[in-house]
Structures are given as structure tokens and as C-alpha cells.
Unconditional design. Structure first.
Length: 319
């Protein structure tokens, strides 16, 4: 699936996230199972994606609670399938539906991420592969016409260098599948030079740049360490005397730890009301793991992001 020119800026980078994700409309629906969709945003996003013919959903949870909340929120569910499950059985029923071929991908509703992922990654469900899972978020800066990916603000707490290789690989694959043009990865830290022992993330960033120079990551530029402003803003990079393809023009940000990624994500979504989307990659299927506080639009965009990646072959079964 090609990305139309009008979605790109003069540098060839995608700048309209909504337009990109709306390109999933018309591809035909895929099957999605969601665990515990009790909140308004989850129910509404699933119903909207169903109406747009993006997914054929299966809701798993307390059926009466789902129906009562849908009625209370005035969200028509129509023929959407609901599998009744006790609270202690919701996750296992969700995983078994995927295992039996009843879903192409999985979404989390009103559940904690830690327990959700712990149950899904039980070897019985064949969702875990030999790859490391990581969360890939999509954000945009409308003022500068930029869309970028960020990883990992949800799964890996304090990844070491080896884990960061997998995190970069998952993000690069997502960018490639999304048609994001020339891939430019910025390894984030607080400063632009290696500073040890105080800032070990700066060394990881420098080493990742060197590792990329061996050709491990195909067709992408990786540089660092970068502070956030120097990664995204060309003028900030210029003031700091930074040059190169990535300086000020990154379309993938790799954060040093989960706190950094989580703060960036929620600064966009909670403080600024920006559009966002996110999926977990590295398993047998994309997993939509929104924050329970994410709004309808973020959850809908996350469903579309997973659908987009599946339409272009980003089904992580390589192992």
C-alpha cells in the first residue's frame, strides 16, 4: 500500500497521522478481540472501527456490564459479538480466541497493562516469540508537519543495550510498514555527548549509532545521543552545532527508559490533547495496549495503526 504524496512534507516525511491511519478504511476488516471493554472510549472506538469496516470485533467480559455501559453511553453495538466471561477468566478467554484463529490481533480494555501482558505471554497462547516485545507509539507535530514514532514508553522499563536493539528493530519495521519514507532514528538522552558514569544512556546511544553502521538495520539512519529538542527541531539542532540526516529531523525516537517515554506520550495526549496511536510489536500479532485513560480518538487510532501494520505484513512471526 503506497502513501499518497499529499500526506508528505517537502522532505518526504509523513505529516498527517489521521490521513495515514484513515487509509485503512477500504482495506477490508480483520478480526480483533478486546478484553474487558467497559469504559466509554473502548466501547466507542471498537464500535466506530466496526462501522468503518476496519475490524470484526469480539468483546470479552461481563456481557451485562458491556451492554449496560453501551446503552448508558448511547453507543449502538449492533451485531458485535460479546463473549461472556467472569473477571478471572477474561484474559484466558481472550487469548484462547486468538489461539483458535478467532482474531488477527488483540486489544486491552479496562485492565492493568502488567497483568494483561503477563497472562497473554503464557507459552500456552503462542503469542510470545523469540523476539522482545516493545511498544511503538505514533505522535505528530501539526505545526511543523511531522509524524514520528516513539519507543518504548509502555513495556520495557529500563532496557539494556541488547534490548534496545530489538526496540529499534521493531520501531524501524513499523516505520517501514507505515510507509514513513527515509527512516531517521534518534537515540534520546539529556545531552548530546557521552557522559559517564552519570548518564549511561548516552553511551548506549553512541554504541547504537556504531552498531547501525555495521548494516544491521537496513535502510535507516541512526544517530545519538540527542536531547528531545535537537531530535525534532532543526533550529535547535543548528544552534547546538549538530548536523547529519537525523539532527532535527528524526521520525523515530528511542527513549532510554519507560519513564521518559511515558512522560512524552502523556505530555502529548493529556496536556496538549494531541492525536496518538500505539501498538505492541514483537509477538505473534500486534497488541493494542492503550492506557486506560486514553480517549476515544487515541484508542480508535491505535486500532487503525494495528490494522495498517497487518495490511502491510507486519505480523511478527519471524521468531
Amino acid at each position: 500500500m503506497g502513501v499518497k504524496k499529499k500526506m508528505r512534507n517537502n522532505d518526504g516525511d509523513i505529516y498527517d497521522m489521521a490521513y495515514l491511519l484513515d487509509s485503512t478504511v477500504g482495506l477490508g476488516p480483520l478480526k480483533m478481540v478486546i478484553a474487558a471493554p467497559y469504559d466509554r472510549a473502548s466501547i466507542e472506538s471498537v464500535a466506530a472501527a466496526y462501522r468503518e469496516d476496519i475490524i470484526v470485533p469480539v468483546m470479552v467480559g461481563n456481557k451485562n456490564r458491556i451492554l449496560e455501559n453501551a446503552e448508558r453511553f448511547n453507543i449502538p453495538l449492533g451485531p458485535i459479538s460479546i463473549v461472556n466471561a467472569d473477571e478471572e477468566d477474561v484474559l484466558e478467554k481472550t487469548a484462547s480466541i486468538f489461539l483458535e484463529g478467532g482474531a488477527d490481533f488483540i486489544m486491552k480494555g479496562m485492565l492493568g497493562t502488567g497483568n494483561f501482558m503477563h497472562v497473554l505471554l503464557d507459552p500456552r497462547w503462542k503469542i510470545r516469540t523469540e523476539r522482545i516485545l516493545s511498544h511503538v507509539g505514533m505522535l505528530e507535530i501539526p505545526e511543523t508537519k511531522r509524524v514520528f514514532l516513539m519507543s518504548d514508553g509502555a513495556i520495557n522499563i529500563l532496557p539494556n543495550f541488547t534490548r534496545k536493539i530489538h526496540i529499534v528493530a521493531n520501531a524501524v519495521e513499523a516505520a517501514r510498514r507505515a510507509g514513513m519514507g527515509k527512516i531517521k532514528v534518534a537515540m534520546l538522552a539529556a545531552v548530546e555527548k557521552v557522559k559517564l558514569p552519570a548518564m549511561p544512556a548516552t553511551l548506549d546511544a553512541f554504541l547504537m549509532k556504531k552498531y547501525a553502521e555495521t548494516g544491521y538495520f537496513d535502510e535507516c539512519e541512526i544517530d545519538g545521543p540527542y536531547a528531545l529538542d535537537n531530535a525534532l527541531d532543526p533550529e535547535s539542532a543548528k544552534v547546538k552545532g549538530l548536523s547529519g540526516m537525523v539532527a532535527g529531523m528524526a521520525n523515530i525516537l528511542i527513549v532510554p527508559n519507560i519513564e521518559t517515554g511515558n512522560v512524552i506520550w502523556k505530555s502529548y495526549t493529556c496536556l496538549q490533547g494531541r492525536d496518538a496511536a500505539g501498538v505492541v510489536l514483537g509477538g505473534a500479532c500486534p497488541i493494542v495496549v492503550p492506557s486506560r485513560s486514553d480517549d476515544f480518538r487515541t484508542k480508535l487510532f491505535s486500532i487503525k495503526f494495528a490494522r495498517l501494520l497487518l495490511s502491510t505484513g507486519c505480523v511478527d512471526k519471524r521468531g
